[in-house]
Every structure is written in C-alpha cells, then in structure tokens.
Design a protein around this ligand. Structure first.
Ligand code: NCD
Length: 316
C-alpha cells in the first residue's frame, strides 16, 4: 500500500491489518506520555481545500503522536484563493519535502489525481474527495463497531453478519460510499434507507439492500444505525420539501430511538445537525458512538500513517 485513496480497493487482509495496528495505537493514548518516536523526521502536510473540524485535527493529533512534523495548509488564506491550482500547490509542497499529503477536496477524484500525477513523490491519504470516498472515516467506523462488539478481544475479527443501516443523504455522501465497500469486505450486511431523491441513480453493483421507510428499518432490528448529515453544500436543487418534513420522515427521533434494541449502535460521522437528522437524545444516548468514533479516528489515522510511512516501501 503506497497511498490510501479508497476502501473499494482494500482487501480483507489489508483492512483487518489496519484495524489491528489501530488497536496497538490506541494503547498509546492511555500512556502518560502519548507519543511514539516512529515518524521522527517525516513531514506530513494537511492539505484541506474544504472545511473540516474532526478529520483535520484528527490527522494532526495522529501525526504528532507519532512524532512527525505536521503542517496545516488550508486553501482559505493561501495562494489557492489567488487562483493557484492543485498542480502548482502540490509541486510547492513537494519542493518542501513532504513525505505524506493528507488531502480533502471538493472534486471527486482529487486524491487519485494527486497520487498518480507525478507532481509529488509522497504518500497520498484521501481525507474526503467530493462525493466519492472518505476511507479513514469508514475505517474508524468499522473499528468502532468491532470495539463495541468485541472490546479487548477485537484483534483479527471481522464484522461477519452485522446488520448496518445507513440513513439519509446517501447521494452526496462519501462516508456512505466508503462504508459500503469496507463493510461489505468485512462481511457486514448494509441497508441504505433514504428518500428516492437522495439515493444515487446507479445502485446496480452496490452490495446493499435499499429501503425507503425508516420506521420499517428501525423495526427490522438493525445492529447499527448510521445517520448522515444532509450535505446542503453539495445540493443545487430541492431534494425534499423542507427540513421539518425531512426530520419527520428520515430523522432518528426519540420515538424511533426508543424502539431500537438497547445495544444497537447509533453512529454519526459528524458534524451533526441536532433536531434534523438526529435528536439530541439519540446523539447523547448510551447507544451513541459519536465520541468513540472521534477518539478511534486518531488511532486509525496513526495506523494508516504508520503503515504508509514507517514500514519499508509502505505496507505490503
Ligand atoms: C463527513 C465528511 O466531511 O464527509 N464528515 C467527516 O469527515 N467527519 C460528513 C459530513 O460532512 O457530513
């Protein structure tokens, strides 16, 4: 593995390998000194062309816990706002000796372009490209499910037979896409539930079951319910009548929450819009894994940076 661009091309062995290394990395967070010398002398650049809270800071904490030098580059306030394109930005970063570039961009395929361009000789980590993929999010989601299921005995385990229902704006969600591929590889069964207008047109070939009724999905005894934000910034048309109607039909409200099993996981990648796709009670309930997802994100990103930068020529 030289880059991490998508979960579609991760085989089971590689995916489990990343989850297992993340288990070791999680141990570092429990030490008094939360630092390993592993990436000393390496430079990681956070190249964010889109807004981010969790993902950017998570990569920053991960790189620093591994003793790498981390530089935050955000498009706002840089020469990108003066019209500089990806190529010139990448070549500038290459000239500064970056070993890894973590890129978030509004264009689907941006990470792939950077990885195959020859503009820069660095490991490329996709931190979200348009509506396409967000592989580290799916990895931290899978890690979180595995940890809730198996606790300290998670190592080596897949998600065989787990029922995961993903609800909401699937059409614009890179989180949904990366989860669909990874969860399928790990043996879980994925159901997508959304209004027809928020499902992609060509679902043929997606290893999923599709539903249009959240009440039916809630009553079908899912092991995991993953709620997604409405990606208004990617919408150029009206996909549903109004937010109150969306919330009534597609929101995880208190009544639906109460009908879930006590051990059903309620997941959300963040940022949450409380009262819209998820109620405050659902977000804060004992079923919610939202903050575990954030904490586990650091371990996953440490694992990925370690595998790409510390082992000879990248991981096998
Ligand atoms: C997601 C993203 O940016 O794709 N957030 C995240 O990385 N935690 C989902 C979203 O923005 O709704």
């Amino acid at each position: 593995m030289r880059h991490l661009l998508s979960t579609k091309d991760l085989d089971l062995e590689t995916a489990l390998g990343i989850l297992d290394v993340a288990e070791d990395m999680a141990d570092v967070a429990n030490r008094e000194v939360k630092k390993l010398p592993t990436l000393r002398g390496k430079t990681v650049i956070n190249l964010f062309f889109e807004d981010s809270t969790r993902t950017r800071t998570s990569f920053e904490v991960a790189a620093k816990r591994l003793s790498a030098d981390l530089i935050n580059f955000s498009a706002k306030g840089s020469s990108v706002s003066k019209g500089e394109g990806l190529k010139d930005t990448a070549q500038t970063l290459a000239a500064m000796g970056a070993d890894a570039v973590v890129i978030r961009h509004s264009a689907s395929g941006a990470a792939q372009v950077l990885a195959s361009s020859g503009w820069i000789d660095a490991a490329v980590l996709n931190a979200g490209d348009g509506t396409h993929e967000h592989p580290t999010q799916a990895l931290l989601d899978a890690y979180t499910m595995r940890k809730r299921l198996h606790g300290d005995r998670s190592r080596g385990k897949s998600l065989d037979g787990l029922g995961v229902t993903i609800v909401g704006d699937i059409l614009h969600s890179r989180v949904a896409r990366s989860n669909v591929w990874l969860l399928n590889t790990l043996g879980a069964h994925v159901t997508l539930v959304a209004p027809a207008t928020l499902l992609p047109a060509g679902l043929d070939g997606w290893p999923v079951t599709v539903g249009y009724d959240l009440d039916a999905a809630v009553d079908s005894n899912p092991d995991v319910v993953m709620m997604l934000r409405i990606q208004a910034e990617r919408m150029h048309a009206a996909f549903f009548p109004n937010t109150r109607e969306y919330s009534r039909q597609w929101g995880l409200d208190d009544d639906r929450l109460a009908r879930l099993r006590a051990d059903t996981m309620v997941m959300h990648p963040g940022p949450m819009v409380r009262g819209l796709e998820i109620s405050a009670a659902a977000a804060d309930s004992s079923r919610s894994t939202v903050l575990e997802q954030v904490a586990n994100g650091v371990s996953i990103r440490m694992a990925v940076l370690y595998l790409l930068l510390a082992s000879e020529g990248g991981a096998a």
